[in-house]
Ligand binder design. Sequence first.
Ligand SMILES: [Zn+2]
Length: 149
Amino acid sequence: MTERIETGACFCGAIAAELRGEPIWIVYDHDDDCRRAIGSPLTVWIGYRSDQLRFTRGTPKTFSKTRGIERSFCADCGTSIGYCDAGLPGEVHLCIGFMDHPERFPPQAHSFWPLKLPWVEMADTLPRLDATSRRRAAAFGDPATRKCG
Ligand SMILES: [Zn+2]
């Protein structure tokens, strides 16, 4: 069986990446921090192990507002690329919009369901989770309750 290879790129093309193998998980995210950072009512994150990701062009710029969370984006066009969470070591989460074939990543659950906007209606039968779909290192707390200034 041949290894699955997916690619992604930002809007201007300055950043491109290759992902090898199957993603670990794929979730809708209704979290308000991500909503603001990405500028979208919700998003879909695709989780990979860090060693599955290789940037083939350019280097994303990173930004951190919340302890343990580092977001990456294209410094030229602003496309959101992903985030790393110190509470989930060895993993990287890519934004669905960065992928060249987003149709190949059907979500498996809804994370932060209580933060969903009231007019967003979802007809699927996927699990609705109160927080993240992944167990995080306790030292970094719950992203739903930690506030940063
Ligand atoms: Zn770009």
